[in-house]
Design a protein around this ligand. Structure first.
Ligand SMILES: C[S@@+](CC[C@H](N)C(=O)[O-])C[C@H]1O[C@@H](n2cnc3c(N)ncnc32)[C@H](O)[C@@H]1O
Length: 467
């Protein structure tokens, strides 16, 4: 390997000045034109970092120390900050976060979609910058990661944790007793479940050993009526162990609507079960969005920041510019929220969604709102779009982080809806997909909306018009 090609060497330590931020929360430094990405460093910092990965066009480095802190650095109020992978931007003011998010969207689209100049509107800010999440998912583990102040404390046993992942490790969990992104009641429930499990010696699941019972705790809270769904995901069924916990929770917390148990016996670390048992109360909560009520069950996708989702949907409606005679396709429709919202202004809406329970929820929601001009197609839309009819005049797409499958994007290019509204939670895959669509479509509007304060995540709505 020719070392002269690279200004840095793997394993060596260097000092870097951080210029800007990239998606993923990386600080970006440059040596000539060679880019180095450093996690947890922010613009203006001078840091010492060790090169962990070296590629022809970029390198990654691990932050060792901050030699001179940036003027924009602030103290975080969270005791887990800098150890927890949850919100890594608590070291910047909210105003700075918004400016960086806009830059990231702009740069991703210009660089990755090959669009020379694109105008990105200022980010729509979130009214709440903490306790804004209506859903949190915590992992149980038999391998607790200790904070520096916990090291050497003999009262802490390392074989139980309920919390969030330590970045860069797949099996180490930071035990969390108070997460600033969820409500006070949700935090009390988290602590209650954790203490109960420890006291009753319910075994946490080992991510390495694949042994143990408790896998995840998911809490979902309605921002409309404050009701909470508790979903305990376990590796196997053991109703007798969980039923007393469910009954206690219902008694202690009147806000809890129901406790469900999802069973995931597979190796994959996901909080979705093969089947669900209702332990107490109801198996759903009701959420209100854009004036409509939605029943949400444990495994259905629902926007995690309800107030910001309202603003997002208003942009989708505005950009769709419906005149009541259009066929609308709602790709990746979840519980049908966007489609139901648009149906009153469209001739017909067809939603496409892979999760069966979400489609069931979507039909229930349509019935409850007496919306008759909407249908949902269950299944992987990669195989469902081809034969779907009638073809759309307006297409809404809201894919997961991985973006759209290339074949799906190319199919959209072929069927040529007049307008596409692309809702994205990942500027990188958005830019990749826009590059394909740009052969037939012109970008008219790019509107970022901040659904996730304190994190590098950013939602973007793009309006595309057929050329
Ligand atoms: C970002 S969510 C959007 C949900 C919805 N539009 C909303 O606003 O609530 C993405 C949705 O795509 C679904 N999904 C993921 N991959 C899919 C696929 N290949 N085919 C169909 N649906 C898929 C997920 O289950 C999830 O409900």
């Amino acid at each position: 390997m020719n070392n002269r090609k690279y200004p840095v060497k793997r394993g060596n330590e260097y000092e870097f000045k951080i210029e800007k931020l990239a998606f993923g929360g990386f600080g970006v430094a440059r040596i000539d034109n060679y880019v180095v990405f450093i996690k947890n460093a922010i613009p203006g910092d001078i840091v010492s970092a060790r090169i962990t990965k070296r590629k022809p066009s970029f390198a990654e480095a691990r932050l060792l120390s901050i030699v001179q802190p940036s003027k924009i650095r602030i103290e975080s109020d969270c005791s887990y900050f800098s150890y927890c992978g949850g919100c890594t931007w608590q070291n910047m003011s909210y105003k700075n976060q918004l400016d960086f998010k806009r830059d990231i969207v702009q740069e991703s689209i210009e660089r990755l979609a090959g669009i020379e100049y694109c105008e990105v509107a200022p980010v729509v800010e979130s009214d709440s910058v903490f306790a804004y999440r209506n859903k949190m998912e915590f992992s149980f583990s038999d391998n607790r990661w200790l904070l520096p102040q916990e090291l050497g404390n003999m009262n802490i046993s390392k074989d139980f944790a309920l919390g969030l992942h330590v970045p860069g490790t797949f099996d180490k969990i930071l035990h969390i007793e108070n997460c600033m992104l969820q409500s006070e009641t949700a935090n009390k429930i988290l602590l209650y479940v954790s203490n109960y499990a420890k006291e009753k010696k319910l075994q946490p699941y080992g991510i390495r050993s694949h042994k143990g019972f408790l896998r995840f705790l998911m809490l979902r809270e309605s921002s409309d009526n404050g009701k909470i769904m508790v979903n305990i995901i376990t590796a196997f069924e053991d109703r007798e162990s969980l039923k007393p916990l469910a009954d206690e929770l219902m008694e202690k917390f009147p806000q809890i609507a129901g406790v469900v148990n999802n069973i995931n016996s597979k190796l994959a670390q996901i909080a979705i079960g093969e089947y669900e048992i209702l332990l107490a109360g109801d198996s759903f909560i009701q959420e209100k969005l854009v004036g409509m009520y939605f029943n949400i069950s444990a495994n259905s996708f629902f926007q995690t920041n309800t107030f910001q989702a309202e603003k997002l949907y208003e942009f989708v409606l505005k950009f769709a510019n419906l005149q009541s005679n259009e066929i609308v396709w709602d790709l990746y429709s979840g519980t049908g929220t966007i489609g139901l919202f648009l149906a009153k202004k469209a001739k017909k809406v067809i939603g496409f969604e892979v999760v069966e329970s979400a489609v069931e929820d979507a039909y229930k929601n349509a019935k409850e709102h007496k919306v008759k001009n909407i249908d949902f197609i269950a299944g992987d839309l990669l195989y469902k779009l081809q034969d779907a009819a009638p073809k759309p005049d307006v297409l809404i797409t809201d894919p997961p982080r991985s973006g759209m499958h290339e074949k799906v994007t190319r199919h959209i290019n072929e069927i040529k809806p007049k307008r596409i509204i692309y809702v994205s939670c990942n500027p990188t895959t958005l830019a990749r997909d826009l590059k394909i669509l740009s052969s037939n479509y012109q970008i008219e509007k790019i509107q970022p909306i901040d659904m996730f304060p304190q994190t590098y995540h950013i939602e973007t709505v793009v309006k595309l018009k057929l050329k």
